[in-house]
Design a binder for this molecule. Structure first.
Ligand code: HEM
Length: 474
């Protein structure tokens, strides 16, 4: 049978609905995207488990929202993605990121590069961050985690996400810049980074300064400039030990400052807090429906000791798979492309040149064609099957632009699990909201419920605080 012609993704294309679509995207990307998928499924009930790429008009551009794992891979890690000098990558990040990122995380920086210049600079930065995984920095980070845990007040109600954010600020500011907590500089950094993030995600599209009223965007850009000046001063007077003298030379200083601005950003700290919140809820509060099975924390600490590290890794992977902190990334097609649709007689997806393409991680990470019929369910054992393990989670991206901080943040999360075990700490509390339980993979819920109980931007976290108590194990 001849192959069907590739087809544009189904969905809205009308300019008239553009404004309201922009708004509903910002208020809840989950409802926005999922409603489009649901509408498509309503029209074609036989296709319920297919991750169909849908079309939307967002910020007045044509956007293909991709939520099939295999198609996300074709966008982020295409087989012809390794371009030569002078060639353009088929999907680029620079153009779609310019509007949202550039005023707040300006070039030169890795995120705003593509193709060959990106490949060269990525290689250099991969070497730069290697000492972060060396014994000195890692043991400093582990000590930092232990002393934080020793000071968490026991037996009092605490907002788990806020506590995880607190730890994130400490780890990131002290590891990347050597700034210690409870100092004026620490508080100033945290406040300026919060202003920057508010500016970045404010809906106000222009900078306004009337003298008596500053838009969040203007405040955010001012905060960015102050942070750059503070980081530069710090690098000149008190450089962190892991950064090479080459990166501190006048020629590379601007880029080093810009990367440290990103590494200590509120966005990175909130990503870490989102990941840790989900990880701790899974470890301490999840009770498998089969009552014969123990809770995750006792499984993690059960013998043999040699298996414990692999089990912690499996719980972290499963958490990142189901609950990726950042819901997706952006690309723009520099040429007409076809995304292959696997299986069934579905036509391939046509992406015209100039379209934006947004890989949507919560969709791809739960794609039943890759993760099985139980793709929505929390089960760390799926990452303990050796050679038949499913693919790695999408949470840190794929391919050339995969996150540079992944190993460090994963080590930090694993250090928290170890500290809980060593200090014999447990968490008490309940997760009642069905949308939060669905986010964690504890039960299934209608996407509308998920959207109501969770915030998705800038990183995923429960809309209402989850209150827990840290307690000493009996
Ligand atoms: C849990 C926290 C974090 C999450 C979920 C996260 C996630 C991501 C994702 C999804 C990307 C891919 C962007 C794309 O493909 O367009 C990315 C890129 C990047 N991340 Fe992270 N990140 C986190 C923390 C960090 C930290 C702490 C650092 C600092 C060391 C960092 C540095 C970077 C850099 C430099 C890039 C750009 C890489 C490139 O363009 O080649 N990230 N991150």
């Amino acid at each position: 049978m001849p192959e069907a012609e590739p087809r544009l993704p189904p969905g809205t294309s009308s300019i008239l609905s553009g404004a309201s679509e922009n708004f509903s995207f910002h208020s809840s990307p989950e409802t926005f995207i999922v409603n489009r998928i649901l509408q498509y499924h309503k029209d074609r009930p036989a296709d319920v488990d297919k991750r169909t790429t849908v079309r939307a008009k967002i910020l007045n551009r044509n956007v293909a929202v991709v939520s099939s794992y295999e198609q996300i891979k074709q966008v982020l890690d295409p087989s012809d993605g390794n371009v030569k000098d002078g060639e353009r990558a088929p999907f680029v990040a620079t153009t779609p990121y310019n509007r949202l990122m550039e005023p707040f995380f300006p070039p030169p920086n890795l995120l705003l590069r593509d193709g060959c210049p990106h490949q060269r600079s990525k290689g250099e930065w991969q070497q730069q961050v290697q000492p972060l995984m060396g014994p000195n920095i890692l043991s400093g980070m582990q000590k930092n985690v232990s002393s934080f845990m020793e000071r968490v007040p026991l037996d009092v109600p605490l907002d788990l996400y806020a506590t995880c954010k607190d730890l994130g600020w400490r780890l990131f500011l002290s590891t990347f810049l050597g700034i210690e907590p409870q100092t004026t500089e620490y508080n100033e950094f945290e406040k300026l980074q919060e202003d920057l993030l508010r500016g970045q995600f404010s809906l106000f599209p222009v900078t306004v300064n009337t003298g008596f009223w500053h838009s969040p965007r203007k405040t955010g850009i001012d905060a960015r400039k102050k942070l750059q000046a503070l980081i530069e001063k710090r690098l000149k007077t008190n450089p962190p030990s892991w950064l090479s003298s080459q990166m501190l030379s006048q020629e590379n200083l601007e880029e080093a400052v810009n990367h440290l601005l990103m590494s200590t950003s509120s966005l990175a700290v909130k990503g870490f807090a989102s990941m840790l919140t989900a990880l701790l809820l899974n470890t301490h509060l999840f009770r498998p429906s089969n009552s014969d099975r123990e809770g995750v924390a006792s499984w993690l600490s059960s013998p043999p000791v040699e298996d414990q590290a692999a089990k912690r890794q499996a719980v972290l992977k499963e958490t990142l798979r189901l609950s990726p902190p950042i819901v997706g990334v952006m690309r723009r097609a520099t040429q007409k492309r076809t995304l292959q649709t696997h299986g069934a007689a579905e036509p391939n997806v046509l992406i015209p040149e100039g379209w934006d393409v947004w890989p949507y991680f919560p969709g791809g990470s739960r794609d039943p064609s890759v993760f099985g019929a139980d793709a929505d369910d929390f089960d760390p054992l799926r990452y303990m099957r050796g050679d038949s393990n499913p693919p790695e989670p999408l949470a840190f991206g794929l391919g050339a632009k995969r996150c540079l901080g992944q190993s460090f943040v994963e080590e930090a999360a694993l250090a928290v699990l170890e500290a809980f075990q060593k200090q014999k700490i447990d968490l008490q509390g309940t997760v009642g909201a069905p949308g939060v339980r669905a986010w964690l993979g504890w039960e299934r819920a209608d996407p509308g419920v998920w959207a109501k109980d969770m915030k998705q931007l800038p990183t995923q976290h429960p809309s209402k605080p989850i209150m827990v108590r840290f307690v000493r194990q009996q």
